[in-house]
Design a protein around this ligand. Sequence first.
Ligand SMILES: Nc1ncnc2c1ncn2[C@@H]1O[C@H](COP(=O)(O)OP(=O)(O)OP(=O)(O)O)[C@@H](O)[C@H]1O
Ligand SMILES: [Mg+2]
Length: 363
Amino acid sequence: MQNIKISKLQVTNFRNLEPDIITFSPNINCILGENGNGKTNILEALFVLSNRKSFRKNTSFPQFLGIDGDKPEILFTSIFDCEGDQLSYSGKMDPNGSTWFMDGKATRKKVGAELVFINPFDAYSFSNIPSFRRKWFDDHISMCNREYKKVLNRYNSSLRFRNTLLSKKPTDFMKQLNVIDKQMSEYSFDMLNMRIDFVNNLAPISEEIYKDIFSEEHQLKINIDSRFLGFSQQQIFDYMQSRLEKDLVVGHTTYQIHKDDYVLLFDGLNAYEFCSLGQQKMSYLSLLFAYIELFRYKFNTYPIVLIDDVSGELDRVRWSRLINFLETSKFQVLITTANEKFKEELERIDGANKIYVDNGSII
Ligand SMILES: Nc1ncnc2c1ncn2[C@@H]1O[C@H](COP(=O)(O)OP(=O)(O)OP(=O)(O)O)[C@@H](O)[C@H]1O
Ligand SMILES: [Mg+2]
């Protein structure tokens, strides 16, 4: 995987952004401005350009399209730095779809930049919503491990099929259920092992990062909460069979690996029940920064890290240690804030690129 960084970005008709050329530095870029001026929109424009979808849920072309524009068309122009080479990547979105160009030639390929987006709500969701945590791990393991993504897709389609059969007249489909259970126990066994591997790799790094950035006195650990830990494939199959009667009655799969969870332990205590909001945010950020390190081990390159105002709930000492961490990190970071005090801290970073946004314009 190539080391890609964004150098320049210009968008036309994207939300409230004016078609100004935004220039980025390869290290820290602070995007500053008051509420509602377009900071997050800049991160979103880069995300849409790279991934062709937004990090905001249920948003696509109609929401992206600037309300004041005269044409129903969004244009993206960008220059990426690709290990010293300049790569131009542009695109056009309209009601019929989108077209993309790499160095002037039409392409179906994405630009190849991996982005990690960090926002203030995810730390809260991670602590409070088990399905969010499961998805977080599924997504992040998939990004590092293609095999996991493949098996996860197969598992999910088998699960959907199993649930469809269970919701009909399952006694007519006992043979099919038996075959599906064999498949699912194989997928579960493989997935659980890949999850354990991922957590085993992630845990020591996040523990260290937590100590480095946030607090030397506390210890952060990650555990997988699964009934299948230590099970063989056959034992998983037997377990599914033992629950089949119950599944037949309720009409869906009552327990399988998709119900497994991940527990963060803060000094040995369940962080979701025990930690303050600030500690929860610090734990979540440590996990993300650990993931970025893992990504580097795996692909020998860093993703571009987009941090959308995470200053809330953290005190000044944590702010400055977080900034210190970002300064010494090798990845490209785009960080926004509307918080006056955090802005002052960001403005103090030597050599950081500062982008001031006012009513959609870069000033
Ligand atoms: N399709 C659109 N067309 C024009 N303006 C839009 C569109 N969608 C959103 N906006 C405007 O974009 C602005 C929000 O931008 P954004 O979320 O980037 O703000 P922000 O600078 O990140 O603010 P905050 O500090 O509150 O997070 C709002 O003023 C909103 O009205
Ligand atoms: Mg914002």
